[in-house]
Design a protein around this ligand. Structure first.
Ligand SMILES: *[C@@H]1O[C@H](CO)[C@@H](O)[C@H](O)[C@H]1NC(C)=O
Ligand SMILES: *[C@@H]1O[C@H](CO)[C@@H](O)[C@H](O)[C@H]1NC(C)=O
Ligand SMILES: *[C@@H]1O[C@H](CO)[C@@H](O)[C@H](O)[C@H]1NC(C)=O
Ligand SMILES: *[C@@H]1O[C@H](CO)[C@@H](O)[C@H](O)[C@H]1NC(C)=O
Ligand SMILES: *[C@@H]1O[C@H](CO)[C@@H](O)[C@H](O)[C@H]1NC(C)=O
Length: 411
């Protein structure tokens, strides 16, 4: 039954999708916004202002500290890079903060084996008030980004009408395609229309965008993580089927390494985003991140699960009165990821369950590897009772895989 569900979901996900061949797995990298916002005060804060220097330093760390080799290859600029438009109407970066221009940054990223992402806004202005991409500028701006050798565009939706967005996002998708340069396309469009049908047409989005922001911006707090998670779970029947290779829901950046999450909460965000097949965009200071936070973000099994080739988004499958929730993501080769998540605020909770109770009804014997501790639990049959101990606002995460099928003749 589980297998049937996997096959069905995979089929649904293959209908009519963006054909640029990009982001067959959720993108991984670094995005400036959550941590560095619109800090343009380079006189007072030269190390942290939105500038060429910040992006070059993050690029160096992505390349040197193991990130790139694990898949974190996107170095993405967000708002507040634009200086204006030149006499021909072409976008130019702020000359003081980006003295060498964006093409230089793209070359720098490429020389380190990274990709460069940029930001614009479908509307009169960006959200922070810089020149936007109005409908008449869509083709010109796409050509500018391609000429600079940019690899991804995040197109925000401030200062526009629903009608302009409905014209502008498909127009930008076509304009990017017409440049001939593969440029991954991140659309903030659904977040501006409430994220749900009938205002949002996810079939159309999957045809024009590689990823999309469905909901509110993340802020540096656990309550923000929970509000996003709640919205994604409440709407999982709509959102889960629309994700797949080349077209992803984006619950927004990872907060890990910043100020708002405890150790348990940081582990929880990483595990939950991974079962949701979310893009893994860090937004933290890679120059000062602690070893403990690096371990969370650089967990190889976690990344393998996030990047699973089937690209199926997981779902919440249990919501217990005890405030324990269980999430499951089907993976390649009959494996699955299970996340046991505690919303409790008292003490570590002993959660008793069995695979049968989690709807695994097959005759396989399973083994599970605890993704954070590495411990292996062997000999799990569907009826085997097990206990996981989950810390408050924390997770236990399992990579579960079948070891042999009982009753199957061996050849
Ligand atoms: C965008 O600018 C035009 C021209 O100034 C104006 O008419 C329009 O109302 C603006 N749109 C929005 C959504 O602010
Ligand atoms: C443009 O679209 C066509 C048809 O969908 C596709 O084959 C091609 O790879 C795309 N090119 C780029 C650069 O995205
Ligand atoms: C959604 O978009 C698809 C693809 O463009 C289209 O075929 C379909 O009619 C749209 N659905 C609605 C309800 O508008
Ligand atoms: C598996 O078995 C459980 C308990 O017997 C049942 O509630 C559940 O619906 C079954 N799941 C599937 C996918 O058949
Ligand atoms: C597993 O636990 C349930 C109660 O949750 C109990 O009814 C069942 O007998 C136990 N099975 C085994 C094999 O211990």
């Amino acid at each position: 039954m589980l297998l049937k569900t996997v096959v069905l979901l995979a089929l649904v996900a293959h209908v009519l999708v963006l054909e640029n061949g990009l982001l067959r797995k959720p993108p991984m990298g670094w995005l400036a916004w959550e941590r560095f916002r619109c800090n343009t005060n380079c006189e007072e804060d030269p190390k942290n202002c939105i500038s060429e220097r910040l992006f070059m330093e993050m690029a160096d760390h992505l390349a040197q500290d193991g990130w790139r080799d694990l898949g974190y290859i996107y170095l993405n600029i967000d708002d507040c890079w634009i200086g204006g438009r030149d006499a021909k109407g072409n976008l130019v970066p702020d000359p003081k903060r980006f003295p060498n221009g964006i093409a230089f940054l793209a070359d720098y990223a490429h020389s380190l084996g990274l990709k460069l992402g940029i930001y614009e806004d479908m509307g009169n202005f960006t959200c922070m008030g810089y020149p936007g991409t109005t409908l008449d500028k869509v083709v010109q701006d796409a050509q500018t980004f391609a000429a600079w050798k940019v690899d991804m565009l995040k197109l925000d939706g401030c200062f526009s009408t629903p009608k302009e967005r409905a014209q502008g996002y498909p127009k930008m998708a076509a304009a990017l395609n017409a440049t001939g340069r593969p440029i991954a396309f991140s659309c903030s469009w659904p977040a501006y229309e409430g994220g749900l049908p009938p205002k949002v047409n996810y079939t159309l989005l999957a045809e024009i965008c590689n990823l999309w922001r469905n909901y509110d911006d993340i802020q540096d707090s656990w309550s923000s993580v929970l509000s996003i998670l709640d919205w994604f779970v409440d709407n999982q029947d709509i959102l889960q089927p629309v994700a797949g290779p080349g077209h992803w829901n984006d619950p927004d950046m990872l907060l890990i390494g910043n100020f708002g999450l405890s150790f348990e909460q940081a582990r929880a965000q990483m595990a939950l985003w991974t079962v949701l097949a979310a893009p893994l965009f860090m937004s933290t200071d890679l120059r000062t991140i602690s070893a403990q936070n690096m371990d969370i973000l650089q967990n190889p099994l976690m990344i393998k699960i996030n990047q699973d080739p089937l690209g199926i988004q997981g779902r919440r499958i249990r919501k217990e009165k005890s405030r324990i929730e269980v999430f499951m993501r089907p993976l390649a080769n009959g494996a699955s990821a299970l996340v046991f998540f505690s919303r409790r605020t008292d003490m570590p909770y002993h959660y008793h369950s069995s695979l049968a109770q989690l709807n695994f009804n097959s005759s396989h014997t399973y083994e599970a590897q605890n993704v954070y501790t590495g411990d292996v639990i062997s000999g799990l049959h569907s009826k085997t009772n097990f206990t996981v101990i989950i810390n408050p606002s924390g997770v236990v995460m399992w990579y579960l895989y079948p070891v042999r099928k009982l009753g199957t003749p061996q050849h």
